[in-house]
Design a protein around this ligand. Structure first.
Ligand code: FDA
Length: 361
Protein backbone atom coordinates (compact mmCIF):
# COMPACT_ATOMS: atom_id res chain seq x y z
CA UNK A 1 0.00 0.00 0.00
CA UNK A 2 1.15 3.53 -0.72
CA UNK A 3 0.11 6.14 1.88
CA UNK A 4 -1.20 9.50 0.62
CA UNK A 5 1.08 11.23 3.15
CA UNK A 6 4.11 10.29 5.19
CA UNK A 7 4.76 12.71 8.05
CA UNK A 8 8.17 12.95 9.69
CA UNK A 9 7.85 13.95 13.36
CA UNK A 10 5.03 13.68 15.90
CA UNK A 11 5.38 17.12 17.53
CA UNK A 12 2.65 19.73 17.19
CA UNK A 13 3.27 20.46 13.49
CA UNK A 14 3.33 16.81 12.40
CA UNK A 15 0.45 15.70 14.64
CA UNK A 16 -1.85 18.56 13.56
CA UNK A 17 -1.23 17.80 9.87
CA UNK A 18 -1.81 14.10 10.51
CA UNK A 19 -5.18 14.75 12.16
CA UNK A 20 -6.28 17.16 9.44
CA UNK A 21 -5.47 14.69 6.67
CA UNK A 22 -6.95 11.71 8.53
CA UNK A 23 -10.19 13.66 9.10
CA UNK A 24 -10.34 14.29 5.35
CA UNK A 25 -10.15 10.56 4.66
CA UNK A 26 -6.52 10.58 3.44
CA UNK A 27 -4.23 7.71 4.39
CA UNK A 28 -1.43 8.95 6.65
CA UNK A 29 1.52 7.42 8.45
CA UNK A 30 3.72 9.23 10.98
CA UNK A 31 7.35 8.27 11.54
CA UNK A 32 9.03 9.40 14.74
CA UNK A 33 12.63 8.69 15.63
CA UNK A 34 12.10 8.94 19.39
CA UNK A 35 10.35 6.21 21.35
CA UNK A 36 7.34 8.44 22.07
CA UNK A 37 5.02 10.96 20.40
CA UNK A 38 4.74 14.69 21.20
CA UNK A 39 8.13 16.09 20.18
CA UNK A 40 9.63 18.42 22.76
CA UNK A 41 6.24 18.90 24.43
CA UNK A 42 6.15 15.28 25.60
CA UNK A 43 5.34 14.73 29.27
CA UNK A 44 5.76 11.51 31.17
CA UNK A 45 3.94 10.62 34.38
CA UNK A 46 5.98 9.30 37.28
CA UNK A 47 4.87 9.03 40.92
CA UNK A 48 1.74 11.06 40.18
CA UNK A 49 3.71 13.94 38.63
CA UNK A 50 3.79 14.95 34.95
CA UNK A 51 7.42 15.52 34.05
CA UNK A 52 8.14 17.95 31.20
CA UNK A 53 10.90 15.74 29.84
CA UNK A 54 12.45 18.28 27.45
CA UNK A 55 12.03 21.38 29.60
CA UNK A 56 9.16 23.37 31.11
CA UNK A 57 6.21 23.99 28.76
CA UNK A 58 3.59 26.62 29.57
CA UNK A 59 0.90 27.22 26.98
CA UNK A 60 0.33 30.96 26.47
CA UNK A 61 -1.38 32.88 23.69
CA UNK A 62 -3.37 35.99 22.86
CA UNK A 63 -5.17 34.18 20.07
CA UNK A 64 -8.68 33.05 21.16
CA UNK A 65 -8.93 30.65 18.20
CA UNK A 66 -5.73 28.83 19.17
CA UNK A 67 -6.83 28.75 22.82
CA UNK A 68 -10.25 27.31 21.92
CA UNK A 69 -8.58 24.79 19.61
CA UNK A 70 -6.12 23.46 22.22
CA UNK A 71 -8.83 23.29 24.88
CA UNK A 72 -10.61 20.60 22.83
CA UNK A 73 -7.82 18.18 23.68
CA UNK A 74 -7.25 18.77 27.41
CA UNK A 75 -8.60 20.60 30.39
CA UNK A 76 -6.30 23.54 31.08
CA UNK A 77 -5.54 24.70 34.61
CA UNK A 78 -4.96 28.47 34.73
CA UNK A 79 -1.27 28.97 35.37
CA UNK A 80 0.92 32.06 35.70
CA UNK A 81 4.64 31.37 35.46
CA UNK A 82 6.69 33.13 38.10
CA UNK A 83 10.39 32.49 37.78
CA UNK A 84 12.76 32.90 40.72
CA UNK A 85 16.50 33.44 40.40
CA UNK A 86 19.30 32.49 42.77
CA UNK A 87 22.35 34.79 42.70
CA UNK A 88 25.17 35.04 45.23
CA UNK A 89 23.06 33.25 47.85
CA UNK A 90 19.98 35.48 47.49
CA UNK A 91 16.70 34.78 45.72
CA UNK A 92 15.32 37.39 43.29
CA UNK A 93 12.12 37.59 41.31
CA UNK A 94 12.00 37.49 37.49
CA UNK A 95 11.15 38.88 35.01
CA UNK A 96 12.73 42.19 35.97
CA UNK A 97 10.07 44.02 37.93
CA UNK A 98 9.76 46.31 40.93
CA UNK A 99 10.37 43.22 43.13
CA UNK A 100 13.79 42.78 41.49
CA UNK A 101 14.69 46.49 41.65
CA UNK A 102 13.50 46.78 45.26
CA UNK A 103 15.74 43.91 46.29
CA UNK A 104 18.78 44.94 44.23
CA UNK A 105 18.63 48.76 44.55
CA UNK A 106 16.26 49.22 47.50
CA UNK A 107 14.06 51.16 45.08
CA UNK A 108 10.47 51.43 46.32
CA UNK A 109 8.88 53.36 43.46
CA UNK A 110 9.21 53.16 39.66
CA UNK A 111 10.92 56.57 39.64
CA UNK A 112 13.47 55.41 42.21
CA UNK A 113 14.10 52.27 40.14
CA UNK A 114 14.61 54.32 36.95
CA UNK A 115 16.95 56.67 38.82
CA UNK A 116 19.12 53.77 40.07
CA UNK A 117 19.22 52.12 36.64
CA UNK A 118 20.24 55.37 34.96
CA UNK A 119 22.91 56.02 37.60
CA UNK A 120 24.23 52.47 37.41
CA UNK A 121 24.55 52.58 33.61
CA UNK A 122 25.73 56.15 33.09
CA UNK A 123 29.26 55.33 31.88
CA UNK A 124 28.20 52.78 29.28
CA UNK A 125 29.47 53.70 25.83
CA UNK A 126 30.75 51.93 22.73
CA UNK A 127 29.48 49.06 20.61
CA UNK A 128 25.99 47.83 21.32
CA UNK A 129 26.22 44.21 22.45
CA UNK A 130 24.30 42.07 24.92
CA UNK A 131 26.30 43.39 27.87
CA UNK A 132 25.94 47.10 27.14
CA UNK A 133 22.27 46.73 26.13
CA UNK A 134 21.45 44.82 29.31
CA UNK A 135 23.24 47.30 31.57
CA UNK A 136 21.29 50.18 29.98
CA UNK A 137 18.06 48.28 30.57
CA UNK A 138 18.46 47.14 34.20
CA UNK A 139 21.67 48.74 35.55
CA UNK A 140 25.08 47.16 36.11
CA UNK A 141 24.25 45.59 39.48
CA UNK A 142 21.21 43.66 38.24
CA UNK A 143 23.08 42.76 35.04
CA UNK A 144 26.01 41.32 36.96
CA UNK A 145 23.81 39.48 39.44
CA UNK A 146 21.11 38.06 37.21
CA UNK A 147 22.08 38.26 33.54
CA UNK A 148 25.82 37.95 32.94
CA UNK A 149 26.57 34.54 34.48
CA UNK A 150 23.28 32.97 33.36
CA UNK A 151 23.66 34.18 29.78
CA UNK A 152 27.30 33.20 29.48
CA UNK A 153 26.48 29.69 30.71
CA UNK A 154 23.51 29.43 28.37
CA UNK A 155 25.29 30.69 25.25
CA UNK A 156 28.76 29.40 26.21
CA UNK A 157 30.17 32.76 25.14
CA UNK A 158 31.17 36.03 26.81
CA UNK A 159 28.20 38.39 27.04
CA UNK A 160 30.05 41.21 25.29
CA UNK A 161 30.40 39.03 22.17
CA UNK A 162 26.64 38.36 21.94
CA UNK A 163 24.22 40.57 19.99
CA UNK A 164 22.11 43.18 21.79
CA UNK A 165 19.01 41.75 20.08
CA UNK A 166 18.90 38.87 22.60
CA UNK A 167 18.32 41.28 25.46
CA UNK A 168 15.54 43.12 23.61
CA UNK A 169 13.32 40.09 24.26
CA UNK A 170 13.78 40.41 28.06
CA UNK A 171 10.69 41.86 29.68
CA UNK A 172 11.39 44.73 32.11
CA UNK A 173 8.48 46.13 34.11
CA UNK A 174 8.16 49.00 36.53
CA UNK A 175 5.26 47.33 38.31
CA UNK A 176 5.04 44.55 40.89
CA UNK A 177 3.58 42.18 38.26
CA UNK A 178 5.73 39.02 38.20
CA UNK A 179 3.75 37.14 35.55
CA UNK A 180 6.41 35.86 33.13
CA UNK A 181 4.18 36.03 30.05
CA UNK A 182 1.84 38.87 29.09
CA UNK A 183 -0.66 36.75 27.15
CA UNK A 184 -4.39 36.71 27.90
CA UNK A 185 -4.64 32.91 27.90
CA UNK A 186 -2.14 30.89 29.92
CA UNK A 187 -2.38 27.38 31.26
CA UNK A 188 -1.07 23.90 31.86
CA UNK A 189 -2.97 20.82 30.64
CA UNK A 190 -4.20 18.80 33.59
CA UNK A 191 -2.69 15.34 33.05
CA UNK A 192 0.18 16.60 30.87
CA UNK A 193 0.72 17.27 27.17
CA UNK A 194 1.06 13.69 25.88
CA UNK A 195 -2.73 13.11 26.00
CA UNK A 196 -3.12 15.95 23.44
CA UNK A 197 -0.90 14.10 20.97
CA UNK A 198 -2.66 10.78 21.70
CA UNK A 199 -5.94 12.43 20.74
CA UNK A 200 -4.51 14.16 17.66
CA UNK A 201 -3.00 10.89 16.43
CA UNK A 202 -5.94 8.66 17.36
CA UNK A 203 -6.50 6.07 14.59
CA UNK A 204 -3.33 7.07 12.70
CA UNK A 205 -0.42 4.62 12.38
CA UNK A 206 2.69 5.97 14.12
CA UNK A 207 6.03 4.23 13.65
CA UNK A 208 8.15 5.02 16.71
CA UNK A 209 11.95 4.67 16.79
CA UNK A 210 11.89 5.13 13.03
CA UNK A 211 14.40 7.55 11.56
CA UNK A 212 13.29 8.94 8.22
CA UNK A 213 16.85 8.82 6.91
CA UNK A 214 17.94 5.38 8.05
CA UNK A 215 14.88 3.19 8.74
CA UNK A 216 12.87 1.18 6.21
CA UNK A 217 9.80 3.26 5.28
CA UNK A 218 6.39 2.49 3.80
CA UNK A 219 5.64 3.86 0.33
CA UNK A 220 4.06 7.30 0.14
CA UNK A 221 2.95 9.94 -2.38
CA UNK A 222 3.49 13.17 -0.40
CA UNK A 223 5.87 14.06 2.39
CA UNK A 224 5.52 16.45 5.33
CA UNK A 225 8.87 16.93 7.04
CA UNK A 226 9.24 18.53 10.51
CA UNK A 227 12.86 17.53 11.26
CA UNK A 228 15.98 19.72 10.83
CA UNK A 229 16.03 21.23 7.33
CA UNK A 230 19.84 21.15 6.99
CA UNK A 231 19.83 17.39 7.60
CA UNK A 232 17.22 16.89 4.85
CA UNK A 233 19.64 18.40 2.32
CA UNK A 234 22.64 16.60 3.78
CA UNK A 235 24.16 19.86 5.11
CA UNK A 236 25.16 20.91 1.59
CA UNK A 237 25.07 24.63 2.54
CA UNK A 238 26.54 23.96 6.00
CA UNK A 239 25.07 22.93 9.35
CA UNK A 240 22.69 25.29 11.14
CA UNK A 241 23.55 26.20 14.72
CA UNK A 242 21.34 25.52 17.71
CA UNK A 243 21.53 26.09 21.43
CA UNK A 244 20.89 22.98 23.39
CA UNK A 245 20.58 21.71 26.95
CA UNK A 246 20.41 18.38 28.70
CA UNK A 247 18.07 17.66 31.58
CA UNK A 248 18.96 15.39 34.47
CA UNK A 249 15.76 14.16 36.10
CA UNK A 250 15.79 13.09 39.76
CA UNK A 251 13.24 11.97 42.31
CA UNK A 252 13.39 13.54 45.77
CA UNK A 253 11.59 11.97 48.72
CA UNK A 254 10.48 15.45 49.74
CA UNK A 255 7.05 16.98 49.35
CA UNK A 256 8.39 20.38 48.17
CA UNK A 257 12.02 20.86 47.14
CA UNK A 258 12.29 24.49 45.97
CA UNK A 259 8.81 26.01 46.41
CA UNK A 260 8.42 27.11 42.78
CA UNK A 261 8.33 25.53 39.30
CA UNK A 262 11.45 27.25 37.91
CA UNK A 263 14.51 28.54 39.78
CA UNK A 264 17.27 30.07 37.66
CA UNK A 265 20.87 29.77 38.87
CA UNK A 266 22.70 32.90 37.78
CA UNK A 267 26.21 32.43 39.21
CA UNK A 268 28.73 31.27 36.64
CA UNK A 269 30.33 28.94 39.20
CA UNK A 270 27.12 26.84 39.25
CA UNK A 271 27.26 24.52 36.20
CA UNK A 272 23.52 24.43 35.53
CA UNK A 273 21.15 27.23 34.48
CA UNK A 274 17.90 26.21 36.14
CA UNK A 275 16.07 23.63 38.20
CA UNK A 276 12.50 22.69 37.33
CA UNK A 277 10.21 21.20 39.98
CA UNK A 278 7.40 19.66 37.95
CA UNK A 279 4.71 19.17 40.58
CA UNK A 280 4.20 22.95 40.84
CA UNK A 281 2.88 23.19 37.26
CA UNK A 282 -0.31 21.32 38.09
CA UNK A 283 -0.12 21.85 41.86
CA UNK A 284 -0.41 18.13 42.62
CA UNK A 285 -0.17 16.82 46.18
CA UNK A 286 2.32 13.95 46.31
CA UNK A 287 4.74 12.67 48.92
CA UNK A 288 7.82 13.10 46.76
CA UNK A 289 8.92 15.38 43.97
CA UNK A 290 10.60 15.14 40.54
CA UNK A 291 13.08 17.83 39.66
CA UNK A 292 15.09 18.39 36.48
CA UNK A 293 18.41 20.17 36.38
CA UNK A 294 19.17 21.90 33.08
CA UNK A 295 22.76 21.93 31.83
CA UNK A 296 23.71 23.93 28.73
CA UNK A 297 25.75 21.75 26.43
CA UNK A 298 27.47 22.31 23.07
CA UNK A 299 25.33 21.46 20.07
CA UNK A 300 26.98 18.73 18.06
CA UNK A 301 25.30 17.95 14.74
CA UNK A 302 23.38 14.66 14.93
CA UNK A 303 24.69 13.93 18.42
CA UNK A 304 22.80 16.38 20.62
CA UNK A 305 19.18 17.50 20.25
CA UNK A 306 18.64 20.76 18.33
CA UNK A 307 16.58 22.95 20.73
CA UNK A 308 16.77 26.68 20.10
CA UNK A 309 17.60 28.03 16.60
CA UNK A 310 20.30 30.71 16.62
CA UNK A 311 18.72 33.17 14.19
CA UNK A 312 21.75 35.34 13.51
CA UNK A 313 22.78 36.64 10.10
CA UNK A 314 24.97 33.68 9.19
CA UNK A 315 22.43 31.01 10.14
CA UNK A 316 19.54 32.88 8.55
CA UNK A 317 21.50 33.04 5.28
CA UNK A 318 22.18 29.29 5.40
CA UNK A 319 18.52 28.65 6.18
CA UNK A 320 17.53 30.88 3.23
CA UNK A 321 19.52 28.65 0.87
CA UNK A 322 17.77 25.51 2.19
CA UNK A 323 14.36 27.18 2.08
CA UNK A 324 14.81 27.99 -1.61
CA UNK A 325 15.64 24.33 -2.29
CA UNK A 326 12.69 23.16 -0.19
CA UNK A 327 10.26 25.35 -2.12
CA UNK A 328 11.32 23.83 -5.42
CA UNK A 329 10.55 20.23 -4.39
CA UNK A 330 7.22 18.82 -5.61
CA UNK A 331 4.99 16.98 -3.08
CA UNK A 332 7.27 17.77 -0.14
CA UNK A 333 6.28 20.24 2.60
CA UNK A 334 8.40 21.61 5.43
CA UNK A 335 6.98 22.92 8.72
CA UNK A 336 7.66 23.44 12.42
CA UNK A 337 10.51 24.65 14.55
CA UNK A 338 13.28 22.58 12.98
CA UNK A 339 12.19 22.59 9.35
CA UNK A 340 11.50 26.36 9.34
CA UNK A 341 14.43 27.14 11.67
CA UNK A 342 12.16 29.39 13.68
CA UNK A 343 11.88 30.09 17.40
CA UNK A 344 8.23 28.95 17.53
CA UNK A 345 6.44 28.70 20.85
CA UNK A 346 3.62 26.15 21.06
CA UNK A 347 0.82 28.59 20.23
CA UNK A 348 2.79 29.80 17.21
CA UNK A 349 3.50 26.34 15.85
CA UNK A 350 -0.16 25.39 16.39
CA UNK A 351 -1.29 28.49 14.49
CA UNK A 352 1.23 27.90 11.73
CA UNK A 353 0.19 24.24 11.33
CA UNK A 354 -3.55 25.07 11.30
CA UNK A 355 -2.95 27.76 8.65
CA UNK A 356 -0.75 25.41 6.63
CA UNK A 357 -3.43 22.69 6.66
CA UNK A 358 -6.08 25.17 5.51
CA UNK A 359 -3.92 26.61 2.73
CA UNK A 360 -2.03 23.58 1.41
CA UNK A 361 -3.68 20.28 2.35
P1 FDA B 1 9.17 19.27 17.74
O1 FDA B 1 10.65 19.43 17.90
O2 FDA B 1 8.33 19.26 18.96
O3 FDA B 1 8.85 17.94 16.90
C1 FDA B 1 9.67 17.48 15.84
C2 FDA B 1 9.67 15.97 15.91
O4 FDA B 1 10.33 15.46 14.74
C3 FDA B 1 10.43 15.42 17.11
O5 FDA B 1 9.59 14.52 17.84
C4 FDA B 1 11.63 14.70 16.49
O6 FDA B 1 12.03 13.57 17.25
C5 FDA B 1 11.07 14.31 15.13
N1 FDA B 1 12.11 14.07 14.14
C6 FDA B 1 13.15 14.90 13.81
N2 FDA B 1 13.93 14.33 12.86
C7 FDA B 1 13.37 13.13 12.58
C8 FDA B 1 13.73 12.06 11.69
N3 FDA B 1 14.84 12.11 10.93
N4 FDA B 1 12.93 10.96 11.64
C9 FDA B 1 11.83 10.88 12.43
N5 FDA B 1 11.45 11.86 13.31
C10 FDA B 1 12.22 12.96 13.38
N6 FDA B 1 6.80 26.69 23.93
C11 FDA B 1 5.82 27.32 24.65
O7 FDA B 1 4.83 27.76 24.07
N7 FDA B 1 5.95 27.45 26.00
C12 FDA B 1 7.01 26.98 26.70
O8 FDA B 1 7.07 27.12 27.91
C13 FDA B 1 8.04 26.33 25.95
N8 FDA B 1 9.14 25.82 26.58
C14 FDA B 1 10.15 25.22 25.86
C15 FDA B 1 11.27 24.73 26.54
C16 FDA B 1 12.28 24.11 25.82
C17 FDA B 1 13.50 23.61 26.56
C18 FDA B 1 12.18 23.97 24.40
C19 FDA B 1 13.28 23.33 23.61
C20 FDA B 1 11.06 24.45 23.74
C21 FDA B 1 10.04 25.08 24.46
N9 FDA B 1 8.88 25.54 23.83
C22 FDA B 1 7.90 26.19 24.55
C23 FDA B 1 8.72 25.40 22.35
C24 FDA B 1 7.98 24.12 21.93
O9 FDA B 1 8.69 23.00 22.39
C25 FDA B 1 7.87 24.11 20.40
O10 FDA B 1 7.11 25.23 19.97
C26 FDA B 1 7.21 22.86 19.81
O11 FDA B 1 7.77 21.69 20.35
C27 FDA B 1 7.44 22.85 18.29
O12 FDA B 1 6.79 21.75 17.70
P2 FDA B 1 7.34 21.11 16.35
O13 FDA B 1 6.34 20.10 15.91
O14 FDA B 1 7.72 22.19 15.42
O15 FDA B 1 8.73 20.44 16.74
Amino acid sequence: MSFDYLIVGSGFFGAICAKHLHDQGKSVVVVEKRNHIGGNCYTEQRDGINIHTYGPHIFHTNNPTVWAWINQFAEFKPFRLQVMAMAKGDVYSLPFSMHTFEKAYNARTPNEARYHIAKDSQFITGEDNLETAAIKKVGRKVYELLIKGYTEKQWMRDADTLPASIVKRLPVRFTYDTNYFNDTFQGIPVGGYTQIFEKLLDGIPVMLETDFFTSPLPEYKNLIYTGPIDKFFDYMHGALEYKTVIHKHRYYPSENVQGCPVMNYCDKSVPYTRIIEHKHFEGVQTEGSWISTEFPTPYIVEQTDPYYPVNDERNNAIYGAYKAMAESLPNVYFGGRLAEYKYYDMHQVVESALNFCKAKL
